[in-house]
Design a protein around this ligand. Structure first.
Ligand SMILES: NC(=O)C1=CN([C@@H]2O[C@H](COP(=O)(O)OP(=O)(O)OC[C@H]3O[C@@H](n4cnc5c(N)ncnc54)[C@H](OP(=O)(O)O)[C@@H]3O)[C@@H](O)[C@H]2O)[C@@H](O)CC1
Ligand SMILES: Nc1ncnc2c1ncn2[C@@H]1O[C@H](COP(=O)(O)OP(=O)(O)O)[C@@H](O)[C@H]1O
Ligand SMILES: [K+]
Length: 502
């Protein structure tokens, strides 16, 4: 699913109006009807509603919804915020239609018109939508604060009023919705952690915009969905042998952090690597041999840390490096040699990223199309602080282009930024994965896929999606609270089966 800017969405409206064809007010009718259907499905129709409208098309949606609710005998009051203009054509058309119903319409010109909010009313926010072009101020901001302070449940139409579609509204006044009903596609605003308090749960409603439009635009970002994954995943051939599925080298673990190596290695095996060798310090020998009989080992001469690059790197189809590595000075030198000798894309995570952050000149040694998997803190260490989430995402895209690498910026909607400029937001995963070790599992998964002749881009997309899907399945089994990173690996099998069936 594409992620579009406000301008692109407006253009899609226009395209639909021309090519379906459909009158603009009828498209608004469809948008309002989709909100009504959602309210009905969620069991809201036995409630009473206060609907707050601006004078743009977002307000028009609110007026149309008010009429529809009233026709179903729901008690509705409409409050229209006076902006000192007559409103858009479709707003006016819907106001005329609303006047033919018994719905009471109140005009709000100043705080003296802010009625106390009836305690049990559901508030519908149709003040401002994707047309917002400046922060809320004056009466508008005061009204939003009044509604937020009411403690009532607020459902926002299209986007909570005060939130921009594609840039930060940090520090501004914004409606705090518990649900946002938006149309057709995700907007960037819904994917940014800083907006969670305002958007609540997001529901994308299909209003039948013309599909022909999508072939005309070069979308910069997409939601990683089952269709994309279905096109990437390749089932095993009947006559395949282990040589077809790569020989992965996983460089991980140090004294006190051998668990990271075990987690990554198990995930690598469960993601189908043909062969796996783990490069580990001496202290990990018994641990790895006992935990994972399927894995082979190459031992570092040092007992506790990584100091020496294993011989014959070229025989491995892929290298994954980082989980539990430590940042000893000798390990820094080790990482430098490892990257210098690597001729294929490498998966780089955790302490390997931290070493790159403290020795940025090493970034130039990354083989093209390597996959870097920083969480936001590691990202900040690598590329500096960002004032808001939008800037961080943009910076990740920029760095992916600059380094010629894939950057997986991990989070609720992990961003996968490709060197060619395209990026994806992952749709799987849950807060049960916010535990030390989940990232190590991802490294194992990505390393396995990259070794199995998936292209680096394919491996990154499939791996991040599978990791989150396994997380969702683990949460179903164990709850988000109780699930462990190792449960992600235990649910990879089921995750593969789901992908395969689609
Ligand atoms: N496909 C879809 O998605 C469909 C979308 N539809 C709906 O259309 C909505 C977009 O409608 P829209 O373009 O009329 O914008 P909307 O936000 O109602 O008004 C913005 C106007 O307000 C003003 N303004 C801006 N900032 C302000 C501020 N801080 N404080 C005060 N005023 C401010 C500014 O005018 P200005 O004052 O700058 O002249 C601007 O022009 C969309 O969200 C969805 O609900 C459906 O109906 C059909 C299908
Ligand atoms: N709230 C969340 N929703 C979805 N996924 C999450 C959430 N929190 C963490 N994750 C996922 O869990 C993983 C955590 O990785 P990371 O922070 O590197 O963990 P660690 O280094 O401790 O193993 C990432 O893939 C991230 O996307
Ligand atoms: K709104």
């Amino acid at each position: 699913m594409e992620i579009l800017s406000a301008e692109q969405i407006r253009a899609w409206d226009e395209y639909t109006i021309q090519h379906e064809p459909i009158a603009s007010i009828d498209l608004m009718e469809r948008a309002a009807a989709s909100c009504l259907a959602w309210l009905e499905k969620q069991g809201y129709l036995d409630r009473s509603f206060s609907i707050y409208c601006g004078k743009g098309n977002n307000g028009g949606d609110g007026l149309a919804l008010a009429r529809m609710l009233s026709l179903l005998d729901c008690p509705v009051t409409v409050h229209i915020l006076e902006f000192g203009n007559i409103g858009t054509e479709d707003f006016q058309g819907n106001l005329a239609r609303l006047h033919q119903t018994p719905v009471e319409v109140r005009f709000v010109q100043g705080p003296e018109h802010f009625h106390p909010v009836p305690q049990d009313d559901i508030l519908i926010d149709a003040l401002l939508g994707s047309g917002l072009n400046r922060p809320l101020e004056g009466v508008t901001a005061q009204l939003v604060e009044h509604l937020n302070a009411s403690g009532n449940e607020i459902i926002a139409i299209d986007i909570p009023s005060g939130l921009f579609v594609s840039r930060s509204a940090k520090g501004n006044t914004v409606i705090r919705a518990s649900h946002t009903l938006s149309f057709q596609v995700y907007k960037p605003a819904f994917l940014m952690p800083e907006n969670e308090v305002w958007v609540g749960e997001v529901h994308i409603l299909d209003i039948g915009l013309h599909p022909g439009f999508l072939s005309q635009i070069a979308g910069e970002a997409e939601i990683l969905d089952p269709d994309i994954i279905g096109a990437i995943f390749r089932p095993r051939q009947a006559f395949a042998h282990k040589g077809n599925f790569g020989h992965a080298l996983l460089v991980a673990g140090s004294y006190g952090k051998m668990g990271a190596a075990v987690l990554a290695a198990r995930a690598c095996l469960r993601t189908g690597s043909g062969l796996l060798t783990c490069a580990i310090p001496g202290c990990g020998y018994a641990i790895l041999q006992t935990a994972l009989p399927e894995a082979m080992l190459v031992m570092d001469p040092d007992e506790k840390i990584h100091t020496a690059v294993p011989d014959g790197l070229d025989k491995y189809s892929v290298i994954g490096v980082g989980p539990g590595l430590g940042q000893d000075q000798r390990t820094v030198a080790f990482l430098r040699s490892l990257l210098q000798q690597s001729r294929k894309p490498v998966v780089v995570d955790a302490d390997a990223l931290n070493i790159l952050a403290s020795h940025p000149h090493l970034l130039s040694l990354l083989p093209p199309y390597s996959i870097l998997t920083p969480h936001p803190k590691e990202f900040e260490r690598l590329f500096g602080p960002s004032p808001d989430d939008y800037v961080r995402v943009e910076k990740a895209r920029e760095q992916a282009r600059k380094l010629g690498c894939i950057i997986v910026l991990k989070g609720h909607y992990s961003l996968i930024a490709m060197p060619g400029g395209k990026s994806y937001f992952n749709s799987t995963g849950n807060p049960g994965m916010a535990k030390g070790g989940s990232g190590d599992v991802l490294t194992g998964i990505l390393t396995a896929l990259l070794g199995q002749s998936y292209s680096p881009g394919e491996a990154a997309l499939l791996g991040v999606y599978l990791h989150g899907l396994a997380g969702d399945l683990a949460a179903d089994t164990h709850s988000q609270e109780s699930m462990l990173p190792s449960d992600l690996t235990d649910h990879l099998g089921k995750a593969f089966q789901i992908i395969q069936k689609r």
